[in-house]
Design a protein around this ligand. Structure first.
Ligand code: ATP
Length: 380
């Protein structure tokens, strides 16, 4: 199709989308925030009328501290599905790595920042795995950052319920560069172990600004995977060790989440969180529990939160001193401001499911993720 007629079609489609959003109470801007294989994501605003009809949305947008439904609304017609989502103001992790690399004239994030982000990511993935959910598409583009620099795991389009037993899966999911070797070899795979491989690729991308294995052909990828990752000088041996532990060809040889959380490289983050958490636990609480906003529950729900990172690394920290247990807790390096006992400062949410999260939106902005209905692909 000629460029001019393609442009006309795009314009017509965009105007249709503007009208469809307007009919549902949202003003679609032309600012495109991102796009993926299945969606185009635009900045949008809620009309006053929409806010009058949706108290939760209205109070969120006025910037109150509250339990926020991060997927506010969906609407659809025969051609498109619209998801109205909370905006992650700092975009995705890939954009962040690229911006920081350009800023420092050096590829990748500093290890301290990568540690803080990995800590949050491990916590989010642990939460999913403890619920029996495997993500299966962990990659930098699906990890978003809010205006406080806190991490949000998104895009659960390939997520699956693996159950609490480690049942094997067979569907090929995810992006090749992040895909575990057993999936590339079309073997039955354990979703949790496959997520751990992707976590290793993500950590490598964070600290080096590159992908560890990059080839279009799966057999070439496998060749590189067998050789293992290579590192530039300057990366700490502890970080290299953690990456190697995650990028183990054999799924069973791979580090588990608990081992990641207690790995030597992670300890500074664990220690800071441990101290913060101790200070946040009221003295007479019988069952001290880390309350993080990653849990998809109301803040005051009675149910026990799933096993948290506090439990994952507590054994490792036994015997370490927490100097400030009675005073104000030290912030982990580069940590974002926290509220109350929200120690991990972490939010888990999904563009695909109507989960809940705790968060704060300071700007009257929303996001419209417009997805094609099957049969009308790609979105236009
Ligand atoms: N709520 C959000 N806040 C900020 N940016 C977002 C948000 N949702 C999506 N994006 C941006 O849009 C991009 C694509 O979104 P998303 O991952 O939902 O699309 P997709 O079609 O499912 O992608 P994929 O190709 O991974 O399947 C993200 O990488 C991110 O940059």
């Amino acid at each position: 199709m000629k460029a001019a007629s393609r442009q006309k079609l795009d314009q017509r489609a965009f105007l249709e989308q503007v009208h469809e959003c307007r009919d549902n109470g949202y003003l679609l801007s032309s600012k495109k925030i991102g796009s993926g294989a299945f969606s185009k994501v635009y900045l949008a605003y809620a009309t006053q009328e929409r806010m009058r009809h949706n108290c939760k949305l209205a109070s969120d947008l006025r910037g109150k501290c509250h339990t926020m439904v991060q997927l506010y609304e969906t609407f659809a017609n025969s051609r498109r599905t619209y998801l109205v989502l909370e905006l992650a103001a700092h975009g995705n992790l890939l954009e962040h790595i690229n911006a920081m690399s350009a800023h420092h004239h050096c590829p990748g994030l500093e290890e301290e920042e990568a540690r803080r982000l990995l800590w949050q990511l491990v916590s989010a993935v642990a939460h999913c795995h403890n619920l029996g959910i495997v993500h299966r598409d962990l990659k930098c583009e699906n990890i978003l950052l809010d205006d406080r620099g806190c991490l949000k795991l998104s895009d659960f389009g390939f997520a699956n319920w693996s159950g609490l037993k480690n049942s094997l899966l067979s569907t090929f999911c995810g992006s090749v560069a992040y895909t575990a070797p057993e999936i590339l070899m079309s073997k039955k795979y354990n979703g949790k172990q496959a997520d751990l491989w992707s976590l290793g690729v993500t950590l490598y991308a964070m600290v080096t600004g590159k992908l560890p294995f990059k080839e279009c052909q799966p057999h070439r990828m496998l060749y590189l995977m067998r050789r293992g990752p290579t590192f530039q000088p300057g990366l700490s041996p502890e970080c290299q060790d953690l990456i190697r532990g995650l990028l183990q060809l054999h799924p069973r040889a791979r580090l588990g989440l608990q081992q990641v959380a207690t790995h030597h490289w992670m300890l500074p983050a664990a220690h800071a969180l441990f101290c913060t958490t101790l200070c946040a636990i009221p003295e007479k609480t019988e069952k001290p529990q880390l309350r993080t906003s990653l849990h998809n529950v109301e803040p005051n729900a009675d149910s026990d939160p799933p096993r948290s990172l506090l439990q994952l690394w507590r054994p490792q920290l036994q015997g370490t001193s927490c100097e400030s247990a009675s005073g104000p807790a030290p912030e982990p390096p580069g940590a974002c401001p926290r509220q109350g006992a929200d120690s991990a400062g972490l939010e888990l949410w999904s563009t695909e499911t109507a989960g809940r999260t705790v968060g704060r939106s300071r700007h009257p902005l929303l996001l419209c993720s417009i997805r094609s209905v099957p049969g009308h692909y790609p979105v236009s």
